[in-house]
Write a protein that binds this ligand. Structure first.
Ligand code: ADP
Length: 818
């Protein structure tokens, strides 16, 4: 551009203004200060057509000649005090300086100008309010700057000021944005990492410092593989972020599980990877704990089922002897009235004990989901009527009025269901009403209602109301829980286990019914249940109840053996049970029987002698009944003969029957053995005389009366013969004396199998002679799985003291008999 003449040149001014607009546009897009300086230094010279231009920035109290564009060098890169140069003057005075003759102006340090071409100049401040620099124009020939030139140059300085101010603001904004971003990232609970495309960490927030143990300074620049060795598969879900579980590595070398979600990002044309991660070691540990607890619970349930199977065996075996023997004794017409009464009491007590064992078994079966309801056709009316007849005497014995109304049940219709379980529910509720009522009335009502939707279903409504002790309002909510009893004083007064109502509730619910109670303490209770019952198409095939509803297909008469000619082999290891079998088979009139103690001896005996039938206990030492039967059946393959084998088992768990039949047994009978049932089963192979066994004593087991006489240790239930009693007491004391020695030796720290087994055996034999305290002590000893030696000594001392007293009672009773 041509320099303006001293006259106002409109054309020049217009062109300069247009050029200035272009420069302003360039400045607005300048990315950095260097570009600004470059644009300004060129524009400053071009706008005025001067011979040189400088760009000066204030640096504290100095002027810094940052850049220049001139016909020959000026002061680029030099610094002068503000007070020693014209650019400083312009900044300090916040105004322009226009000097035609620099050597005539005392503001100019003439020496500094002498080496240069400069004769005239204009200097304008950048940002007039508080200057940050200045722009200068220089001429090599004397030149009087006109007002327009100064205006244009000042306008350029102002535009420069705005640009620099904007740059400042932008920088501040960027800083504050970065600060905010860092603050957010640092306050996140999750770790956030950004890497470049080679996996080099570029960002690493504070949470990552906690997770991996490296500080941000240490981690930035490090490869991500050092802390997350396995790669995250970015393409697994079509490039979308997903949560992956990987291994993390801490600075201390510890490895831990980490959850990551990551994605690719593009910034300024670069591909980066960004991931959010979380240390999940605590969560994993919790999950593991839960898993372990679940496993443990499952194991415990399994152990409980097994324990119950064993317990059922162990309890039923001695009960077999007690109930069976007392039953036989009760039938003994030669027995005096007093003794018969005593036997009756023992028989009833045995029945009650059996009820409790059955309760516990049922409960465990319901809990283990193993209780299978029967589906038989039955008459509800007859079942209910039978129960009322059973309960009536119990109620009258207590002097209570017993009212029952079952007329609401049509006696011509039949249902499909489990009459035994249903009966148990009814008996339990009525039994409780009688038990917890001292005087007044027990009322039972049963009626059927039509089902709303299904004509094949009737709803049974059953209510038992009493005028008894009632239940306190704060206890009633728990009455259906396991082992729940309203009051411990009630337990002492009435006895009981607190299991009945829980089983009743579970049974009712299993049969899709509902149970409830209303009660007022001191006035009485009303227990009720409702239950849907499925109508049967036909009446039951046989109205006569058979054992376990089993059918026995008798062999043709010619193939059956008369009882007096029958030869039976009994395999049974329990001495007292052997005695019971001995008495029972003798009463049945069996021609000949031998008793052996285990499966091995049974096989030997069969090989050596002739027998028509085997009664085989399932659990025996040496060789179990199952294994012995399998061996016998294997041997029979050569001879083609097949001897009937009846399994005797105290194990009433589901699957036992299948196990027996699988092993090759023909039938099975559960202990305590009922002679009628055994005879019923045996009649498939055996002919009995017309006269059957005498009837059972009157009290039915299921409704054993609530008499609570304290049992005294005694062997009296086994035999009346003094010589046999003596033998039994001898067996008992011999076993105890020997076992006491073993147990003394086994008073050790920690687990001890010998101790447990010995205590278990002693518990059984204490139970057989009704030594309840001794039995309880042995039970405790048996469950001391990992006790200390001194704990074992303590309990053994108590056992010894109690055994001494039981022994002397038994011996005294022998002396009395004599
Ligand atoms: P148990 O009778 O063996 O203790 P149950 O489970 O049958 O156990 O009953 C639980 C508790 O409910 C009893 O201990 C008793 O406190 C209370 N109970 C049950 N039936 C009645 C009733 N008819 N009247 C008063 N209390 C009752």
């Amino acid at each position: 551009m041509q320099p303006p003449s001293s006259e106002l040149d409109n054309k020049w001014y217009t062109a300069a203004m247009e050029q200035l607009i272009a420069v302003v546009q360039d400045l607005s897009q300048a990315p950095d200060l260097a570009s600004v300086i470059r644009i300004v230094r060129t524009a400053a010279r071009n706008l005025t057509g001067a011979d040189g231009a400088t760009f000066v920035l204030r640096d504290g109290d100095k002027c810094y000649y940052v850049d220049e564009d001139a016909i020959s060098p000026l002061w680029k890169g030099q610094k002068f005090p503000l007070t020693a140069c014209i650019s400083g003057w312009s900044m300090l005075n916040r105004q322009h300086a226009a000097i035609e003759d620099i050597y005539a102006d005392d503001r100019i340090p003439a020496d500094a100008y002498r080496p240069t071409f400069v004769k005239s100049l204009v200097m304008v401040p950048i940002r007039q309010q508080s200057p940050i620099g200045s722009i200068g124009n220089y001429w090599a020939t004397p030149h009087k700057p006109c007002a327009e030139e100064i205006k244009i140059l000042q306008a350029l300085a102002d535009a420069t000021s705005v640009t620099m101010r904007n740059m400042d603001l932008l920088e501040q904004l960027q800083k504050s944005y970065e600060h905010r971003e860092k603050l957010i990232l640092d306050n996140m609970l999750d770790g956030v990492i950004t890497t470049d495309d080679q996996g080099i960490i570029e960002n690493y927030n504070r949470a990552c410092e906690h997770i991996f143990g490296y500080t941000a300074d240490e981690a930035i620049g490090m490869n991500i593989r050092k802390i997350i060795p396995a790669p995250y598969d970015f393409d697994k879900h079509g490039g979308k972020a997903y949560i992956s579980e990987l291994e993390g590595l801490r600075k201390n070398g510890e490895s831990f599980p980490i959850e990551i979600s990551a994605h690719r990002i593009y910034i300024d044309g670069r591909m980066l990877y960004s991931g959010t991660m979380r240390d999940i070691s605590e969560r994993k540990a919790d999950q593991q704990k839960l898993q372990d607890a679940k496993l443990q619970a499952e194991r415990a349930t399994h152990a409980k089922s097994e324990f119950l199977a064993i317990m059922s065996h162990e309890l039923r075996t001695p009960l077999n002897s007690i109930i069976g023997m007392t039953r036989l004794l009760h039938e003994d017409v030669t027995l005096g009235a007093e003794h018969r009464d005593m036997v009756g009491i023992a028989y009833k007590a045995g029945g009650r004990l059996l009820n409790i064992v059955n309760d516990i078994l049922d409960l465990s079966k319901v809990e283990a989901g193993e209780l299978q309801l029967e589906k038989t056709v039955f008459s509800l009316y007859e079942a209910a009527e039978g129960i009322m007849q059973t309960m009536l005497p119990l109620s009258s014995q207590k002097g209570l009025t017993f009212n029952y109304d079952i007329s609401g049940i049509d006696n011509t219709i039949y249902f499909v269901g489990d009459p035994l379980r249903l009966g148990r529910v009814m008996i339990n509720l009525i039994g409780n009403a009688i038990k917890y009522t001292e005087q007044g009335t027990v009322t039972v009502e049963a009626r059927l209602h039509a089902h709303e939707d299904d004509p094949n279903i009737k709803l049974l409504e059953f209510t038992v109301t009493d005028t008894g002790i009632g239940i306190a309002a704060d206890k009633i909510g728990h009455i259906f829980e396991q082992f729940a009893q309203a009051d411990s004083s009630i337990t002492r007064r009435f006895g009981g286990t607190g299991l009945g109502l829980n089983i009743v509730k579970r049974l009712v619910e299993k049969m899709n019914g509902t149970i409830g109670v209303e009660s007022t303490e001191g006035e009485g209770s009303s227990f009720w249940f409702t239950m849907p019952l499925m109508l049967a198409d036909t009446a039951p095939e046989s109205r006569k109840q058979s054992f376990h509803t089993r059918r026995v297909d008798r062999l043709p008469a010619a193939q059956r053996t008369p009882i007096e000619k029958l030869r039976i082999l009994i395999a049974e290891d329990h001495v007292l049970n052997q005695q019971y079998m001995h008495y029972m088979l003798r009463r049945m009139g069996v021609g000949h029987y031998d008793i052996v103690e285990n499966g091995r001896l049974a096989i030997d005996a069969l090989a050596a002698g002739h027998y028509d039938l085997v009664l085989m206990d399932c659990h025996m030492p040496e060789l179990s009944g199952y294994d012995a039967t399998e061996e016998i059946r294997e041997g029979e393959k050569k001879t083609g003969k097949r001897i009937p084998i009846i399994a005797m088992t105290a194990d009433a768990m589901v699957g036992t029957r299948e196990h027996c039949l699988q092993a090759g047994m023909d039938e099975y009978i559960t202990k305590p053995i009922n002679p009628d049932e055994l005879q019923y089963i045996m009649c498939r192979w055996v002919d009995f005389p017309e006269k059957s066994l005498p009837p059972m004593p009157a009290a039915p087991l299921a409704a054993a009366a609530a008499t609570d006489e304290v049992a005294k240790p005694s062997m009296i239930g086994f035999t009346t013969k003094l010589v046999d009693l003596k033998k039994l007491v001898e067996i008992f004391t011999k076993q105890w004396d020997e076992m006491m020695v073993t147990m003394r030796a086994d008073c050790v720290d920690g687990e001890c199998k010998n101790w447990t087994e010995a205590a278990h055996k002693l518990k059984g034999s204490a139970g057989l002679c009704k030594a309840q305290v001794l039995q309880e002590l042995c039970n405790k000893a048996q469950h001391m799985h990992s006790a200390t030696a001194s704990e074992r000594h303590d309990i053994l001392n108590q056992i010894e003291a109690e055994y001494a007293s039981v022994r002397s009672i038994l011996i005294q009773s022998l002396q009395k008999q004599a």
